[in-house]
Design a protein around this ligand. Structure first.
Ligand code: C5P
Length: 309
């Protein structure tokens, strides 16, 4: 059988409002618009020789060292496999072929662009295919939520509004053509620490139009929103402010903001070409920074891969 693969695209929060707190477990309630960039990790899968549905994981790629100390058994990809086996029951799991997954880690780790969540989601998509499992969408989404609050949106891998703790998805407004730049200063950020550090104030849910026709319209509306985690992340990692300054100073930048709980920041440009044209100027501000420029996955089908309805 030929090797199967999936891309795990970077998830960008165009804005992120903390709207409240869930009583039961202290998780924060969010309102966020998530989009996906062309930048991605890649997962390759080969069938193993045994049975039992075991998932062996090998990690390589530019940022594999970021996961170096992590025991592979703790990796979300391996846990995704365990959850699927548990879901279908011990007897059915015994018949599943073992698989070997190679993760090419090209996105910075613990960086606010959903890397680990996107990897887990890509693993779920791969395993559903090779194990020929047909789980109801609601079951799959509940399983994804247990893996992490960002995993459901990464499973669908198309622009969406995220509410609840991130698991309540609804369609994003139509997006205009634009380009995107991503910059990470090389410092990981702990999501729980950022949530703990933020001032305990809440921001209302945003009012969004059904579609944005031009980038100027989208930027005007997004500029009125915030990433409520940005200030706390900047207090923990001040270099994020340097990144934001460099992005705002880049020729053609229309909006610069941090994604998720950081430290990765994004900037919007008129086109992928405009974003790429500004890349060298930003890289000059930080030679050690990871800088990516290119496309935003705009349509709902561009990045989507087959999830059973
Ligand atoms: O769900 P995930 O594992 O990505 O979340 C990591 C941590 O971030 C949680 O343990 C929690 O402390 C915090 N978090 C939160 N509210 C969310 C998402 C994450 O408080 N909606």
């Amino acid at each position: 059988m030929s090797s199967l693969h999936e891309l795990a695209h970077a998830k960008i929060n165009l804005y992120l409002h903390v709207t409240g707190r869930r009583q039961a477990d202290g998780y924060h309630l969010l309102d966020s618009l998530a989009v996906f960039a062309g930048a991605a990790d890649r997962l390759d899968l080969k069938m193993g020789s045994g049975r039992g549905g075991h998932v062996a994981l090998d990690i390589t790629g530019r940022f594999c060292a970021g996961l170096g100390s992590e025991d592979c058994a703790d990796n979300l990809i391996v846990r995704a496999g365990a959850m699927l086996r548990e879901q279908i029951g011990t007897d059915a799991a015994r018949a599943l072929p073992d698989v070997e997954i190679t993760l090419h880690k090209e996105l910075p780790v613990a960086s606010g662009i959903g890397g680990g969540s996107a990897d887990a989601a890509a693993a779920l998509r791969l395993l559903l295919r090779v194990w020929n499992l047909d789980l109801p969408r609601a079951t799959l989404m509940a399983l994804a939520t247990r893996l992490g609050a960002d995993v459901p949106v990464c499973l669908e891998q198309c622009a969406a509004r995220m509410e609840g703790i991130g698991e309540e998805l609804s369609p994003a407004p139509g997006l205009p053509p634009c380009g995107m730049m991503l910059v990470n200063c090389g410092q990981s950020v702990s999501t729980p620490q950022v949530f703990k550090t933020r001032a305990p104030v809440f921001t209302p849910r945003a009012t969004l139009p059904p579609a944005w026709v031009t980038l100027a319209d989208m930027v005007r509306d997004l500029a009125a929103q915030t990433n409520d985690l940005q200030e706390a992340a900047c207090a923990i990692r001040p270099e994020i402010m340097t990144v934001l300054d460099a992005l705002r100073a880049a020729p053609g930048c229309r909006l610069a903001r941090m994604s998720g709980s950081g430290a990765t920041c994004f900037a919007l440009f008129d086109s992928p070409e405009a974003a790429r044209a500004a890349q060298a100027a930003v890289q000059q501000a930080g030679a050690h920074w990871w800088v990516w420029a290119g496309d935003l996955c705009r349509s709902t089908t561009e990045a989507r891969t087959s999830i059973p309805a």
